[in-house]
Design a binder for this molecule. Structure first.
Ligand SMILES: Cc1ncc(C[n+]2csc(CCOP(=O)(O)OP(=O)(O)O)c2C)c(N)n1
Ligand SMILES: [Mg+2]
Length: 684
């Protein structure tokens, strides 16, 4: 039997949650932003909240209002988010009710929470992965072994990404509790429409995942179950799924009303399990607890919530001048530093420059780890871009993952929250798509929506590009897709020195960075790309993002005669441009962008203004590409100085790069195609 004070505290907070739901419902025009309440789910949520410690991590979902109350969050603070006020401690008025994140020292830690159902499971499992890594490397000590709670609804469990996380958690035996609150509904989709098994039954398919069922509407049972689950994970360092059956008493959200799709019968069935009255009955059966005492608690909470609500309504709105704050955390790398061309060094191929950069990072930073498909000991990457690293740093720091792009990318959110620095790899750019969801939904928004509390420090290495008949699923370009995502940085080096300097800058950058690494430049195998091999810079060399490079300058003479143009390009385009320029000595200036975001707009515009003629060159299919967007921006910014329309060169607008080398060549740009355009433009 639990002590009366815990039961009474739970009862009080159930009355708080009820009063909150009621006041929101009674003030719908004021509570205009969409919100859900925890009505029906209070018991399991409060039990969980009571049991977590400040060094634990929890990912509450949008219905976990009572979980927040259980962890000691003040209703006023939560209401600031409900009303999207400036002092909303989680998102500063940027996201919905009960989408918390917190680094407060005296309460459990909460990473950024998105609204995408089930998508929090990978980032949150990443937190458990991070704790496991810290424990294995003895990087830090905790008062006692932390646990991670990932909370989600029954409807969310059917999302595919959830299974990637479960797989990883059981394989690596991570200290995580998946708490599934099963109310039999996913908006209007009933459980029998959505699945043949509930989460408890589903969990049985994941060998090594402990599981437990509990009546989540019974506070005492919930408390005992969570106490056991948390105790198990603290001690055993293994994952468990807790399946809590709960009623759903409120509306799905303020906007989707229960009476639209639920029958009287269904509502009545759920109401029978209302956790408040259930607990009240138990309390009244105890000695010394009276109806009057419980009535008083209810009345006190009602009054308290009225005061809290009035205060929150009065709070100021966010300052619109701050709308653009916190997209990125500031990076320490703003200037090129270190020795780029040390004396006596050999020229190095680009793939080795990347490998050496990662090796130097791993040697210096125990908080750094590197994982992805085939990067582990046996192969060291399908391009040998990770060769020998596992031998040197061990299988806990450099390891293979299953084929799980969503997990590979999304787990870095959790690792980053713990101060770890992950370098991960997606084997081919063509296979980044299963990970794009995590990139867009979780990673890119984390810093912005947590007001800078959770920027995601990660490097995502992505071999990219076409050459030598790689075929339709190993040659694709993805930079335009990536460039539409705000909140990530994208590098696209064209030579070994840039690769090394940018990799180092990416590592020091507290924000998410994608390194696009052209497979055709890795070993300078493509004819004409020998210059991608350069002297390898020193270990301390860094190249800031957003600084383009003039790789070929036009002569003053040709510029003065108006017989010049510039080519703005990156990656393989640099080599096509260089080859084409040979026939026009002094007339062509080539800018290698080096990073797609941030973009060196100052250099681009200054160069275009100088020549008055410009070609933007890319390997990608042209229509609606980054290259077209950039040419539009150039036209806008440099209109007065342009002597001809901005030209673009890219691949044909086909859905894939065909495999036969003749077809591949027909699709891609090359030096010849660039030459024709230069000639035409110089004569314009
Ligand atoms: C990826 C994604 N798809 C769809 C939605 C819209 N949506 C919001 S809540 C919800 C139902 C979730 O049901 P469940 O996980 O059982 O949680 P409950 O609301 O029942 O507590 C859906 C489909 C979403 N938020 N995210
Ligand atoms: Mg549900």
């Amino acid at each position: 039997m639990l002590a009366n004070d815990i039961l009474l505290k739970a009862y009080r907070l159930m009355m708080t949650a009820r009063a909150m739901a009621d006041i929101y419902e009674n003030n719908r025009p004021v509570c205009k932003y969409v919100h859900s309440t925890s009505r029906g789910h209070e018991a399991i949520q409060l039990a969980t909240g009571f049991l977590l410690k400040s060094y634990d991590y929890v990912s509450p979902y949008y219905r976990d209002e009572s979980l927040m109350l259980g962890m000691g969050w003040r209703p006023y603070e939560m209401m600031l988010q409900l009303l999207a006020k400036g002092d909303d401690p989680f998102t500063g008025g940027r996201a919905y009710y009960n989408h918390p994140n917190s680094r407060r020292e005296n309460q459990p830690q909460i990473i950024h929470q998105s609204s995408a159902t089930g998508m929090q499971v990978i980032p949150t499992t990443g937190v458990a992965q991070g704790i496991d890594y810290i424990e294995s490397q003895k990087l830090r000590s905790f008062p006692e072994p932390p646990v991670v709670v990932c909370s989600l609804g029954d409807g969310s469990v059917t999302e595919g990404e959830v299974s990637e996380a479960f797989q990883f958690a059981v394989l690596h035996q991570l200290p995580v509790i998946y708490l599934v609150q099963d109310n039999d509904w996913g908006i209007s989709v009933s459980s029998d429409e959505a699945r043949t098994m509930d989460a408890y039954e589903y969990a049985a398919g994941f060998k090594g995942l402990e599981r437990m069922r509990v009546d989540g509407s019974d506070f005492e049972a919930s408390y005992k179950a969570m106490e056991e689950a948390i105790g198990f994970v603290r001690k055993e360092r293994r994952p468990i799924l807790v399946h809590a059956k709960v009623p759903l008493l409120g509306h799905h959200t303020s906007g989707v009303r229960k009476e639209w799709y639920r029958t009287e019968e269904d509502l009545a069935k759920h109401l029978k399990d209302d956790p408040g009255p259930k607990l009240r009955k138990k309390l009244l059966a105890k000695k010394g607890i009276t109806e009057a005492q419980l009535d008083q608690i209810e009345a006190e909470e009602k009054e308290f919530i009225q005061r809290e609500f009035a205060l929150a309504v009065e709070a100021p709105d966010p300052d619109p001048a701050q709308v653009s704050d916190h997209v990125f955390a500031p990076t320490p790398v703003t200037e090129e530093q270190g020795n780029r061309t040390p004396a006596g060094k050999e020229r190095t191929v680009m793939v080795d420059a990347a490998l050496h950069a990662v090796e130097e990072i791993l040697r210096k930073h125990p908080e750094a780890l590197f994982f992805g498909q085939d990067v582990g000991r046996r192969l060291g990457g399908v391009f040998r871009e990770a060769a020998t690293l596992a031998d040197k740093f061990g299988d806990e720091r450099v390891f293979n993952t299953a084929i799980q792009e969503a997990y590979i990318i999304g787990s870095t959110v959790g690792l980053s929250a713990l101060g770890l620095k992950s370098i991960v790899e997606v084997q081919f750019a063509d296979y980044i798509y299963p990970g794009i969801n995590q990139l867009v939904t979780e990673i890119s928004k984390s810093s912005y929506l947590s007001c800078g509390k959770f920027p995601i420090n990660t490097i995502i290495r992505v071999p990219i590009g076409a050459y030598g008949g790689g075929g339709p699923y190993h040659s694709g370009s993805v930079e335009s897709t990536l460039a539409t995502i705000k909140g990530i940085k994208i590098a696209y080096p064209s030579n070994a020195a840039d690769m090394k300097g940018l990799m180092k800058a990416a590592f020091l950058d507290p924000n998410p960075v994608i390194m696009l690494e052209h497979k055709g430049l890795y070993w300078s195998k493509v004819p004409g790309t020998d210059e991608a091999r350069t002297i390898e810079p020193d270990e301390d060399y860094v190249l800031p993002f957003g600084k383009g490079n003039v790789v070929l300058a036009a002569s003053d003479e040709q510029v003065a005669q108006g017989n010049s143009l510039c080519i703005i390009t990156y990656g393989m385009g640099v080599y096509w441009a260089k080859a084409a320029a040979k026939d026009f000595p002094g007339s062509v200036e080539i800018v290698d962008l080096r990073t797609i975001y941030p973009l060196d707009e100052a250099l681009i515009y200054a160069t275009v203004n100088k020549h008055g003629k410009c070609i933007v060159l890319t390997e990608e299919q042209l229509n609606n590409s980054f290259c077209e967007a950039l040419s539009g921006r150039i036209a806008q910014q440099c209109f007065r100085n342009l002597d001809a329309p901005v030209q673009t060169i890219g691949a044909l607008n086909l859905p894939a790069v065909p495999m036969n080398i003749g077809l591949e060549a027909a699709m891609l740009p090359n030096a010849e195609k660039v030459k024709e355009k230069i000639e035409w433009l110089l004569n314009y």
